[in-house]
Design a protein around this ligand. Structure first.
Ligand code: P6P
Length: 347
């Protein structure tokens, strides 16, 4: 139940009061992200009605993916609003090959922002929920200089905030600044996000597994055996379930993640023999989700170590991603350790 008009603005102001030395820059930056989310929500909601905002731009992004008009719109909007906020010295986006910097006067900005402006947008024509993902680091380069790559190549453990906006049956912003995970649902009539999910904690029981099973033949032995265990098929062992988990996979990570966060579940995007690092990007997909799920009592791993402990080496680096209930993530790591090593040894 939404707490009566406890808006995200009031939440951010109360957060600021915790830190007397706070300059208000972070609060102001978050307010700019909230504004951007409202505008993107408006465009996503009418996408099916207007030709000029659906379909493809004809460009190919740095990922080699066809760019949709809504992708470009969302990216342009985030860039414009954040670039001139005065708080961001540089940005990284799925849609931009290199760093994006603002005008010289914002070299004093304290933060860098990493964005997937509109994740899952290939689903928009089918009216499937899509999302925006953001993550915020404090810069490590001297204030006054242009933002630089090393401002982004920090482990997720050092993030100061991360979140997503899910444009679905209703639009919800879920974010953390390291003091719990909080969900705010947009009240379109009031034009503001209202606290609807305070202190989200992932349920103890893992009821759902989410993975694209069309890649089964390319998985390593450990991943394959874990998924078989979720389905109660294959060789039994001490981790055998009494009943299979439900399979839920919509191909839009923010939607899949949000459902599993609220209901209890495990999301897998494994590497394969051909693509050992999988598909999802560390800086603006895996890290923000890992920060959120750890704050909600869950875990996120690349199959060996916590996502948040990975030292990034490039803007668009990819990682295998297993995230959700902590016990399940640990079990996946054990299966990988046990069976993938065996596979390597015996070939
Ligand atoms: P696949 C969407 O393109 C995305 O980046 C994520 O939102 C989603 O989880 C994944 O890719 C889906 O990838 O290979 O299963 O279609």
């Amino acid at each position: 139940m939404a707490q009566e008009f406890f808006t995200i603005g009031r939440h951010l102001s109360m957060e600021r009061l915790r830190f007397p030395e706070a300059t208000g820059e972070y609060t102001s930056l978050m307010s700019e992200i909230v504004l951007t989310a409202k505008i993107i929500n408006r465009e996503v909601n009418k996408a099916g009605l207007l030709d000029d905002i659906t379909g493809y731009t004809g460009d190919i992004n740095v990922q080699g993916e066809e760019v949709r008009k809504l992708d470009q719109y969302a990216d342009d909007l985030f860039m414009h609003i954040l670039k001139y906020s005065g708080h961001v010295c540089a940005m990284a986006s799925e849609e931009a090959e290199d760093l994006v910097r603002g005008p010289t006067y914002v070299n004093t900005g304290k933060y860098v922002v990493m964005l997937d402006p509109l994740d899952g947008s290939s689903n928009i024509d089918a009216n499937v929920s899509i999302g925006s993902i953001f993550a915020i680091h404090s810069r490590v380069t001297p204030t006054g200089e242009p933002g630089a790559l090393e401002d982004f190549l920090q482990p997720g453990r050092d993030l100061i905030a991360a979140g997503y906006v899910l444009y679905g049956s209703s639009t919800i912003m879920v974010y953390t600044s390291g003091r719990g995970v909080h969900g705010f649902t947009l009240d379109p009539s009031a034009g503001t996000f209202i606290l609807s999910h305070p202190n989200i904690q992932i349920p103890q029981e893992c009821k759902i597994y989410s993975v694209n099973e069309s890649y089964t033949r390319d998985w390593t032995e450990g991943v394959r055996r874990y998924v078989e265990r979720c389905k109660c098929i294959g060789e039994s062992d001490e981790h055998e379930l009494d009943n299979p988990m439900s399979s839920r996979y919509i191909g839009s990570m923010v939607a899949d993640f949000h459902r599993n966060l609220l209901y209890g579940g495990i999301f897998l995007y494994p590497g394969t023999v051909k693509k050992p690092n999988g598909k999802l990007r560390l800086l603006y997909e895996a890290n923000p989700m890992a920060f959120l799920v750890e704050q909600a009592g869950g875990a996120a791993s690349n199959g060996e170590i916590d996502i948040l402990d990975i030292m990034p080496t490039e803007l668009h680096g990819r990682v295998p991603l297993f995230m959700g209930n902590k016990d399940e993530v640990e079990l996946i790591e054990n299966y990988i350790k046990k069976y993938d090593l065996m596979e390597e040894l015996i070939g």
